[in-house]
Design a protein around this ligand. Structure first.
Ligand code: SAM
Ligand code: SF4
Length: 332
C-alpha cells in the first residue's frame, strides 16, 4: 500500500488535525467570544458545504485523520447533517468531532450520532440560569441542559464540556461544574480566555483566572491524578479519582502548548489559518472557486502552507488585542 503523504511544518510538527468553521453566525453572543452587535459575513463569502467537503477531502488525502466541525454555532448551518454524513464517510478520517453550544442538540443529537460523529464538545460555563443569560447574552440554560441530556442518551463515545472561566463571573462554579460532569460521566475542560477580537464588556486582564488556580480550587474537593496520554491537544488532563471523568486545562497564558501543535483551522470564509494566535493564512476559497474540482492544486497549496505555520501564538493580555478576528470566525 502506498504510504499516505504527511503534512509537516518547518518545526517538524506533523499536522493531522483540521478544525472546520462552517459558519461565523451564532444564536448566542457569549461575552468572551463576540460583541453584542456583530456584523456577520455576507453569505456569498462563506464556503458552500460542497467547498468545505472538497477541502476536507484534500486534507484527508494528505494524512489528516481527525476533523472537528465548529463555528460560530455549527448546528445552525443549514443542511449541516448532510455535510457531517459526507465527512464521516471520508477515507482515512477516523475521528469526526463537533463543538457546539448545545442549543439545538435536543433535535439534532440523533442525526449527529447517525452521521458517525464520535465525540461532542459542548460549551457550558455555568449551571445558574441568570448567569447563563448574562454570559451568553441570549442563551437559555434549560434548553442547553436538555440538549446535553439528549446527547447523553445517544451514547456518544465521549462528551466533553468546555467552560471558559472568568474571574468574578463563574470562577466560583468550577467545583459544581465538575460534580455535574462526574454525575453524567462526561469530561470537562476549563479554558483560559484568549484575547481574540475586541470585546468591550470586560477587561480581559482583569477577568483572567489561571488554570493552576482552578486546579487548586478543585483539589480541595476531588482527588485528581495526572493522565499521561497526551493526544497532541492543548489540554492537560487529570482523572477525577473514583469516576470515569477527566478534567482538562487549556491554558494558553499559564502554559504554552504550541510545541505539541498538530492542528490547523479552516475559517468560515475559506482561509486556512495556521495558528489561532497569529494571522498567517492561505486563501483556499480562491483556489476552490477559480479551479473547481482541481484537488491536486488544492493539495499543493495546503502542503506549501505548512511552511508558514508559526512556531507559537503571541497572546498577551496586557496589550490591546493583536488578533482582530473573533473566535466565532476562526472556529474554536
Ligand atoms: N458555538 C460553539 C460553542 O460555543 O461550543 C462552537 C464555537 S466556539 C467559538 C468554540 C469554543 O471556543 C467554545 O467552547 C467557547 O467557549 C470557546 N471560546 C470562544 N471565545 C473564546 C475566547 N475568547 N477564549 C477562549 N475560549 C473561547
Ligand atoms: Fe456562539 Fe460559541 Fe461564540 Fe458562544 S462561544 S458566541 S456559542 S460561537
Amino acid at each position: 500500500m502506498q504510504a499516505q503523504p504527511k503534512l509537516i511544518d518547518a518545526f517538524g510538527r506533523t499536522v493531522n488535525y483540521l478544525r472546520l468553521s462552517v459558519t461565523d453566525r451564532c444564536d448566542f453572543r457569549c461575552i468572551y467570544c463576540m460583541s453584542e452587535e456583530m456584523t456577520f459575513m455576507p453569505r456569498a463569502q462563506i464556503l458552500t458545504l460542497e467547498e468545505i467537503y472538497q477541502i476536507a477531502k484534500a486534507f484527508s488525502e494528505l494524512g489528516v485523520t481527525k476533523l472537528r466541525v465548529t463555528g460560530g454555532e455549527p448546528l445552525i448551518r443549514r443542511n449541516i447533517l448532510e455535510l457531517m454524513n459526507k465527512l464521516g464517510g471520508l477515507q482515512g478520517v477516523d475521528e469526526l468531532l463537533m463543538t457546539t453550544n448545545g442549543s439545538h442538540l435536543d433535535q439534532m443529537a440523533q442525526g449527529l450520532q447517525q452521521a458517525h460523529v464520535k465525540r461532542l464538545n459542548i460549551s457550558l460555563d455555568t449551571l445558574n440560569p441568570e448567569r447563563f443569560k448574562r454570559l451568553t447574552r441570549t442563551g437559555d440554560l434549560q434548553q442547553v441542559l436538555r440538549g446535553i441530556m439528549a446527547a447523553k442518551e445517544q451514547g456518544f463515545e465521549r462528551i466533553k464540556l468546555n467552560a471558559v472561566i472568568l474571574k468574578n463571573r463563574n470562577h466560583d462554579e468550577v467545583v459544581d461544574l465538575v460534580r455535574y460532569a462526574v454525575e453524567h460521566g462526561f469530561d470537562i475542560s476549563f479554558i483560559e480566555e484568549m484575547p481574540l477580537g475586541q470585546v468591550s464588556e470586560h477587561s480581559r486582564a482583569e477577568a483572567y483566572y489561571p488554570s493552576y488556580q482552578i486546579r487548586e480550587d478543585l483539589e480541595r474537593h476531588f482527588s485528581l491524578s495526572s493522565v499521561s496520554d497526551k493526544t497532541g491537544g492543548p489540554s492537560n488532563y487529570f482523572k477525577v479519582d473514583g469516576s470515569v471523568s477527566r478534567v482538562g486545562f487549556i491554558s494558553p497564558h499559564s502554559e504554552n502548548f504550541c510545541s505539541q501543535c498538530n492542528r490547523v483551522r479552516l475559517t468560515a470564509e475559506g482561509r486556512l489559518l495556521l495558528c489561532l494566535g497569529n494571522e498567517h493564512s492561505v486563501d483556499l476559497k480562491k483556489i476552490v472557486r477559480s479551479h473547481p474540482g482541481d484537488r491536486e492544486l488544492l493539495k499543493q497549496a495546503i502542503v506549501e502552507a505548512m511552511k508558514i505555520k508559526p512556531e507559537k501564538h503571541e497572546f498577551n493580555l496586557q496589550e490591546k488585542p493583536v488578533i482582530f478576528r473573533h473566535m466565532s470566525v476562526t472556529g474554536g
